[in-house]
Design a protein around this ligand. Structure first.
Ligand code: PGA
Length: 254
């Protein structure tokens, strides 16, 4: 059985001085849900405060991006070695905002994802179509391309550290959620595509998160779907009570 994983993506919100309070509030509000993997991915500058505050709790800490080189002249980037050294166990790669605003391509997502897995981090690789792509009938093509390129040279063994986040771009931060049936349809496509890449048996073990305006009010019906194994949460991860509400729904769906 796939353990549900609910991860917050704080994006460029929450200052270092505000971090400990939010992590502690999340840990306190979710301490009874041991059947859910709980993660907060924070801005890199918040990581020391997040790791310190999460000590002794079930909350794991991660970053929102990583570079594929171990070190070097890459101003503004952080390496997987740095992320591990800082006490993180998770990282997000390929978020649509990175693709849209920072020139991220399927190829660079692949490099970052492979580096994250090689470093022993659990990597949440994001994929998802834009509204134009969906309306042009290109959903399947886009998902297959993002996976075929994004997961190039990722082996079945590597999949132990892989989580895929399906985030329809039109649902992120917009209040528009994919319906549970719409989401399940794409999650099933993702698992089938994964089966072609790494084998059906391994594909069954990989968790696929839904992301895009997930909140306490819609989490239960999404998480009840067969291939929806968790969530990647933006806005609702910034308030402990909302985030805990989603984690409670995941705990009940297990
Ligand atoms: P949202 O963001 O929950 O605010 O829609 C999700 C994400 O971008 O990961």
């Amino acid at each position: 059985m796939r353990k549900k994983i609910i991860a917050g993506n704080w994006k460029m919100n929450i200052k270092p001085s505000e971090t400990a309070a939010l992590i502690k509030a999340v840990a306190e509000a979710t301490k009874d849900y041991s059947n859910v993997e709980i993660v907060c991915c924070t801005p890199a500058i918040d990581v020391p405060a997040a790791v310190e505050a999460a000590k002794g709790t079930a909350v794991g800490v991660g970053t929102e991006n990583c570079h594929w080189k171990e070190s070097g002249a890459y101003t503004g980037e952080i390496s997987t070695g740095m992320i591990v050294d800082a006490g993180c166990k998770y990282v997000i790669t390929g978020h649509s905002e990175r693709r849209q605003y920072f020139g991220e391509t399927d190829e660079t997502v692949n490099l970052r994802t492979r580096a994250a897995i090689a470093a022993g981090l659990t990597c949440m690789m994001c994929i998802g179509e834009t509204l134009e792509e969906r309306e042009a009938g290109k959903l399947v093509e886009v998902i297959e391309r993002q996976m075929n390129v994004g997961l190039k040279d990722v082996t079945a063994a590597d999949c132990a550290k892989l989580v895929i986040a399906y985030e329809p771009v039109w649902a992120i931060g917009t209040g528009k959620t994919a319906t549970p049936d719409q989401a399940q349809e794409v999650h099933a496509l993702i698992r089938a595509t994964l089966a072609k890449l790494v084998g059906a048996e391994t594909a069954e073990t990989v968790r696929i998160q839904y992301g895009g305006s997930m909140k306490p009010g819609n989490a239960a019906e999404l998480l009840a779907k067969k291939d929806i194994d968790g969530g990647l949460i933006g806005g609702a991860a910034l308030k402990a009570a909302d985030f805990a509400g989603i984690i409670a729904a995941a705990a009940a769906a297990n």
